[in-house]
Design a protein around this ligand. Structure first.
Ligand code: PXP
Length: 247
């Protein structure tokens, strides 16, 4: 059954707008779990624009489902990960000037750094996932690092939704996810998924988990976190049942 990892970064974005104490991502995580989240994801960025170190340490104590820490291959953050010991670390590229993660990690060009980071984390008992574009060559390189999980970047598909390029973006994700599963990865997906575009991806059979943040937090502002998570999970589960390809 397809799983939902809820990314709560943007709860912290609202808090950081006033550099205050509310809303607290720790509270959001509890409500997301009550709504059916199978995992909680946070991205501790080098610039600390949303999630703070304190959040990650408290979430480690309070989250009952899996805790997934998104992070760049950066020594400072790796050291924090080793102290927090999340269930999983997802390695992502990070640029200071970007609004959000813009693409998958280029494992071909940064192989040694990525492989070293995978090695350190896995040797400390932390599962590692690599965020990657739907590109078979990059997927193969990611497999060579020893990581057992991959998260396919669905951002381009999300941007193409309802446009001419949508079908070709879906095909890329379908082919890439099948390939990743065939070579032995557990395959996740995420970025830009929302209540409308998620069904087409959820009807593909290879996926283990989706990581969804912005659209769930946006809806949660209006309907509450528990309800927003429940609605997303129900759409995903309906789309993934049976052999009903939706695209
Ligand atoms: N997966 C990864 C690797 C991400 O970097 C992000 C954004 O932090 C997400 C999933 C969630 O993306 P969105 O907020 O667009 O749902």
């Amino acid at each position: 059954m397809i799983r939902l990892g809820v990314n709560i970064d943007h709860i912290a974005t609202i808090r950081q707008a006033r550099r205050g104490i509310e809303p607290d991502p720790v509270h959001a995580a509890v409500l997301a779990e009550l709504g059916g989240a199978d995992g909680i994801t946070v991205h501790l960025r080098e610039d600390r624009r949303h999630i703070q170190d304190r959040d990650v340490f408290i979430l480690r104590e309070t989250v009952k489902v899996g805790l997934n820490l998104e992070m760049a291959c950066n020594d400072e953050i790796v050291n924090i990960a080793l102290r927090v010991k999340p269930d999983m670390c997802t390695l992502v590229p990070e640029k200071r000037e970007e609004l959000t993660t813009e693409g998958g990690l280029n494992v071909r060009d940064h192989f040694d750094t990525v492989a070293r980071t995978v090695d350190i984390l896995m040797n400390n008992g932390i599962d590692v996932s690599i965020f990657i574009d739907p590109d078979e060559f990059q997927i193969d390189k990611a497999y060579e690092t020893g990581a057992k999980f991959i998260e396919i970047h669905t951002g381009k598909y999300a941007d193409s939704y309802g446009k001419d390029e949508e079908l070709s973006e879906l095909k890329k994700i379908d082919i890439a996810s099948r390939h990743a599963k065939e070579i032995g990865f557990v395959v996740n997906a995420g970025h830009g998924l929302n209540y409308k575009n998620v069904s087409k991806i959820a009807s593909m059979t290879c996926f283990h988990e989706f990581n969804i943040g912005h659209s769930i937090v946006s809806r949660a502002v209006l309907v509450g976190m528990e309800e927003a998570v429940r609605e997303m999970k129900s759409i995903m589960l309906n789309a993934s049942i049976g052999d009903n390809k939706r695209w």
